[in-house]
Design a protein around this ligand. Structure first.
Ligand code: GLV
Ligand code: MN
Length: 196
């Protein structure tokens, strides 16, 4: 079944008088227009001039209100040659990726720590099961363009590097040094790339 929830948690508010839902309420049907079901935001190439050489443009319920409660969304993924959409996961959705241009190494790691991957050519697809860490790496010499689709109107994203090394407040250095079995200097160096 599609995942229709939009939040990571829903703490009980025993004193609340208004109705609060895990999602967005519905616009009155009489106010709904064709524009609510239309979105042009994926027509523009994303800006890949950043440390990763990649750009993800979302089309989810936050910018495309018609998707509310429908359990689907898409991203446009642009990756420069040598660029990487870094390891991340979507807590609320399975991801289907279709490559439109270029060559892209796509892969995920399962809960038993097996790495599954393929190099996609245009028209080819790969599926990333819900919640697993995955990435896309441009192994071609031209830009790559992919469309990703999700069985959630708001899949959520946890980027491994920024979650662990760029949180607010920061995770203590000794936790990360112990977790990755490295010197604290290494942790400091990585944190400096991702600190807010
Ligand atoms: C790619 O992995 C994406 O989340 O769009
Ligand atoms: Mn993804």
């Amino acid at each position: 079944a599609p995942t229709l929830t939009l939040q990571d948690f829903c703490v009980a508010d025993f004193g609340a008088t208004a109705v609060v839902v895990n999602g967005f309420p519905c616009k009155p049907v009489s106010n709904v227009t064709s524009d609510d079901f239309f979105f042009a935001g994926l027509s523009n190439e994303g800006n890949t001039s950043n440390i990763f050489g990649s750009s993800v443009t979302p089309a989810n319920v936050l910018n495309f209100a018609g998707l509310n409660t429908l359990g689907v969304s898409m991203n446009r993924v642009d990756v420069a040659p040598g660029g990487l959409n870094p390891p991340h996961s979507h807590p609320r959705a399975t991801e289907l990726i279709i490559l439109l241009e270029g060559r892209l190494l796509v892969g995920f790691i399962s809960t038993n720590n097996q790495f599954f991957s393929k190099v996609l050519k245009p028209g080819e697809m790969f599926v990333v099961p819900k919640g697993l860490i995955h990435f896309q790496y441009n192994v071609g010499n031209k830009k790559a363009l992919a469309i990703t689709t999700f069985d959630s109107q708001l899949p959520g994203v946890v980027i491994a590097s920024t979650t662990l090394f760029g949180s607010t407040p920061a995770i203590p250095d000794d936790v990360l040094a112990k977790a990755f079995q490295v010197d604290q200097k290494v942790v400091t160096a990585i944190k400096s790339k991702f600190a807010n």
